[in-house]
Structure formats: C-alpha cells, structure tokens
Design a protein around this ligand. Sequence first.
Ligand SMILES: Nc1ncnc2c1ncn2[C@@H]1O[C@H](COP(=O)(O)OP(=O)(O)OP(=O)(O)O)[C@@H](O)[C@H]1O
Ligand SMILES: [Mg+2]
Length: 338
Amino acid sequence: MVPKKPHALLLWMLVCSGGSTEAIEPISTSIAVGMAAALTGFLATYPNIFYYFNECCRPEWISLNKTGLKVDLDRKLYGQHIASRIILKAVSGFMSNDNPKKPLVLSLHGWTGTGKNFVSQLIADNVYKEGMDSSFVHIFTSELHFPHASQLETYKSQLQQWIKGNVTNCAHSMFIFDEMDKMHPGLIDSIKPYLDYYDKLDGVSYRKAIFIFLSNAGGESITQTALDFWKAGRDREEIELKDLETLLSLAVFNNKKSGLWHTSLIDKNLVDFFVPFLPLEYRHVLQCAMAEMIARGHQPDPSVADQVARDVVYFPKTERVFAVKGCKTIESKLDYYI
Ligand SMILES: Nc1ncnc2c1ncn2[C@@H]1O[C@H](COP(=O)(O)OP(=O)(O)OP(=O)(O)O)[C@@H](O)[C@H]1O
Ligand SMILES: [Mg+2]
C-alpha cells in the first residue's frame, strides 16, 4: 500500500526505511517534499517499486528460504549433523507459524571454531534478503557492547530499550548475543520478559523475534561425549541430541561463566533449543580448507588442504582427534600454502 500524498509518502519512506533513516535526515524538508511529489506519479504507476530498493520489514525482504537453508546446512556446514537438524526444524517451524506463542530462542554451544557464528550467518542469509547486513539483524558482543561490569544496570536498561525499539520497528527482528560466556547473567535475565509467553508487553509483541545465544559453555562436556564415542569405535553420526541435551543444559546452568548461570531463562524453559556443536576432526578441517580455496576463486587442491589440515593442532594430546581451534584459523593459515 503506497500513500498518495507527498507528506504521507515521506513519512512512509521514513518508517519503511527502518535503520536507514539517518541517510534521509540531512535533506531539508522542502527538498524531500519536492522529491516526494516527483516520486508520487511514478509510484502511482509502480506501486510496489520502492520495496525493491529499500529494505523494509515486509515479506519481500524477510521470509524463510527453507530449501536455501537446508542446502546451506547440508553443503556448507561440516560435521554438525545434530545442530543442522535442530536448526532447520526450529527455524522452519517457527517461520511457518503465523502466530507463534513466544519468540524463537536458540542457545548454541560448543568448542571454539565449530561453526556457531557461521550458522547464525546461514540463518540470517536465508531469512533476510540482506543477510547479516540487514538492518533487522542485531549482534551484541559482551566485550564491545557491555565491557564494564560496574555499568550493569545501565546496560540492562539500554538493552531493554534497544530490543523494544527494534521489535517495535520490525517484529521479525533477529538478535544474536555472541560471547555469552563473558556476559553477566543478570544482563540476559533482564530481557527475560521479552522471551516469555506474553501476548504483548507495553503494547509490543515480541513473539515473532528470533534470539540466538552463542557460547563455548558446555563445550567440554560435548567434547567428552564425542571422545567417548570415538574411543568406543562408534560413528560420530550416531551421537544423538539426547546423548547431550541434559548434560548440556546442566553444564550451562551450573557454569558461572556461561552467561546463563542460574538464569530464569533456563528455569522457566524459555530457551527452545540447546544446540550442541561437536568438535571438528581432521576430515572437517580438510573440508574447510577446500571450501576456503573455492571461496577465493582458486581451484581446490586436496594436497594443499591436506597440508593445512595436518599442520593444525589436535587434542587430546595422545589421541589427537579434535582440532584445537576448529576451522577458525584456516582462512588465515591458507595464505601460507597457496
Ligand atoms: N562446522 C563448520 N563447517 C564449515 N565451516 C566452519 C565450521 N566451523 C567453522 N567454520 C569456518 O570457520 C570460521 C570460524 O567459525 P565460527 O566463527 O563460526 O566459530 P565459532 O563456533 O563461533 O567459534 P568461537 O566459539 O571461537 O566463537 C567460519 O567462518 C567458517 O568459515
Ligand atoms: Mg563465535
């Protein structure tokens, strides 16, 4: 629906542009009104044209590409059969529900460099046309956004206002909390009402938003389970969510440094899915190196990938099964080999 009057059009442009209002501010009202008048005739002919150029909180810009997400998870994410399955199910179930009872809350856990940020990006890429660059996707990092423990109370109210403002602007907003292990649990507790089964809070409904928490908490217990399977000569793919789930939520709840330590988010079952990320093995590091070569436009060379993967450090010391840094340093390491 396109407003017909110039002033209404301008207002609509400002509302629809969401995060990009700053770009419009410097233009004086008279010029803007003039521009709007000129545009009106054009828009009367092509009523939806503006949606195609300016990101809006509309299905043209926000809708799940389920096949795309499945293909990405199958082809680009290595060694994470459990995470892959949960994420596809959780995101597609949530996005296909027009009336969810609460926002989707995912808590991603695992060893470093196993794909937690990477998966968040795959989700964003397949929900928002602009992917991680979307003005409806927001990332919080403890060290960047909440560095001083003494300012916890300020951070709490800022975070609440920030989330409220963004969800008011677009119900389908996504919030990623990185480095949860370094966050004060009180901070996350302060947004608990937004994650709960409320119809509306102060006139705002949070039920269509997605919250993703990333942390290394629980990584050790996941790794121990993966190692037990390996030692027993069992296939990694035999590991099931039930082998990890209870262990994981306990490890997170009881870990003072998990960011979710004794938070009511866990008490009240507000986290919909605890998603375990398994530690990566030699063969996965190999795949990461091959993918990185392709991403750089090189012919993928298995012998180079093998060299890169062999030079990575593995643990435990005796068995040398899992990559200490996962696939995290492959991108920079590859520079030495090609
Ligand atoms: N399972 C994986 N499959 C494919 N690529 C991966 C995987 N894990 C990591 N990578 C690659 O390594 C890079 C770093 O991984 P990512 O940042 O997602 O790790 P992380 O789990 O968030 O680690 P940390 O806990 O240290 O933050 C990714 O951008 C991706 O290129
Ligand atoms: Mg990360």
